[in-house]
Design a protein around this ligand. Structure first.
Ligand SMILES: [Zn+2]
Length: 394
């Protein structure tokens, strides 16, 4: 590929950022279209477009006849003006995806992860991003690493990741030091949610909720185009709302959490207890449940708890759409009816009208979400050359 912008993105110019975001979201547009959509004056749009054209982030199409006879030139994003790498860290792999400025995936790759030690993970992430950079044939504008758990995007800190067993790891700083590329970190479900709202099944929803089910239960929430991130890095912890039996302890220290009833490990444990058959995987538990009996009752209870959780988030934020994803979709047939019944029972009034979409995602899709966060951070001026100095000095 090998093409780079002629200059820096005008990130200190809010009007230029607004104009650029509008063209990014709506596709090729005339200056008049942009003025109408953004509420900026025609003169202000013309002025804001100039540095974007000069730096190579926008390009002008051929002149076409306008309504009053003057030629109108369409403005379009120059996709090859910047590249972004997104990396999703799983229990045994790092998965990377390269995107261009339009958010289109250009390449993906996976590397095995043999240990959750911070140094090992940072080295694998760096290797994955370097491969993507080689593919781009030019410098990357920014990278993002998506990790499950409590992640603070502003400070670059992974506060707590249960399945990596990490506490207070300054991941953005470590990856930046290794790669020399502006790097942000984000909670993996929030990253996936951003990609779904900008280029996926959530496009057009003003309030969007993405719920992931499986090993854990995650939730991302978009309101007016922004993914909520919470004042302390915690938001949408649907898995830790106490809608199950209050006697059931959760690893978080709480009791009756949705995750302690409806996540895969809880279901496997409860099916083993109910049937007396020692099981180790959700697939084994599902197989038993498909012939009915106490195993099916465990799945029914998990489904009903999940349905109450979805109704809770619908009642709280009023989404027009809820996207359900995650590896738990593989056994969703055992939940579906119970989820729906509990959701309808508990959704308040017209909250029940929100549509529910089942949308499987590959790990490459999750990595695409991380790349969407990298692009968002770059366009908002939230990457290292803008805020890194203050972040690193904390
Ligand atoms: Zn909990």
């Amino acid at each position: 590929m090998g093409s780079t912008p002629n200059g820096a993105f005008p990130r200190r110019n809010p009007a230029s950022r607004t104009v650029f975001s509008s063209i990014l979201a709506h596709g090729p547009s005339s200056r008049g279209d942009v003025a109408r959509r953004t509420g900026l004056s025609a003169a202000s749009v013309t002025k804001s477009v100039r540095p974007l054209l000069a730096a190579g982030f926008l390009q002008e199409g051929d002149a076409a006849g306008g309504s009053v006879g003057r030629p109108v030139r369409e403005l379009r994003v120059r996709p090859e003006a910047a590249w972004f790498a997104g990396v999703k860290v799983t229990g045994d792999e790092v998965v990377g995806t390269l995107t261009n400025l339009s958010g289109v995936a250009l390449a993906s790759g996976r590397l095995p992860l043999r240990s959750p030690r911070v140094r090992t993970v940072v080295s694998r992430i760096s290797a994955a991003v370097r491969k993507l950079r080689d593919h781009a044939g030019g410098e990357l504008a920014a990278a993002c690493v998506a990790v499950s758990g409590e992640v603070e995007r502003d400070t670059g800190l992974v506060r707590f990741s249960p399945f990596l067993d990490w506490h207070d790891v300054p991941l953005a700083e470590l990856v930046e030091a290794s790669l020399g590329i502006s790097t942000v970190v984000e909670n993996d479900v929030r990253a996936l949610t951003l990609a779904e709202s900008t280029t996926g099944a959530g496009v057009g929803a003003s309030v969007l909720v993405v719920v992931t089910i499986g090993t854990g239960i995650g939730c991302g929430i978009v309101v007016d185009g922004r993914v909520l991130s919470g004042a302390h890095g915690v938001v949408g912890e649907l898995g830790h709302i106490p809608l199950g039996d209050p006697a059931t302890p959760c690893y978080c220290g709480g009791h009756g959490c949705v995750e302690a009833v409806a996540a895969d490990p809880a279901i496997v444990r409860r099916v083993s207890q109910a049937t007396g058959v020692p099981l180790s995987t959700i697939a084994e538990a599902a197989e038993l449940a498909r012939s009915g009996g106490p195993a099916a009752k465990v799945f029914a209870d998990a489904g009903a708890t999940l349905g109450r959780a979805l109704a809770t988030v619908a009642n709280l934020v009023g989404p027009d759409r809820i996207i359900v994803s995650g590896e738990g979709l593989a056994v969703y047939d055992l939940f579906a009816e119970h989820v729906r019944t509990a959701f309808v029972d508990q959704a308040y009034g017209s909250a029940v009208q929100c549509t529910m979409v089942l949308q499987p995602h590959s790990f490459e899709d999750w990595a695409l979400g991380a790349a969407a966060v990298a692009r968002d951070a770059f366009l908002r001026g939230r990457t290292r050359d803008a805020v890194g100095a203050s972040r690193l000095s904390r």
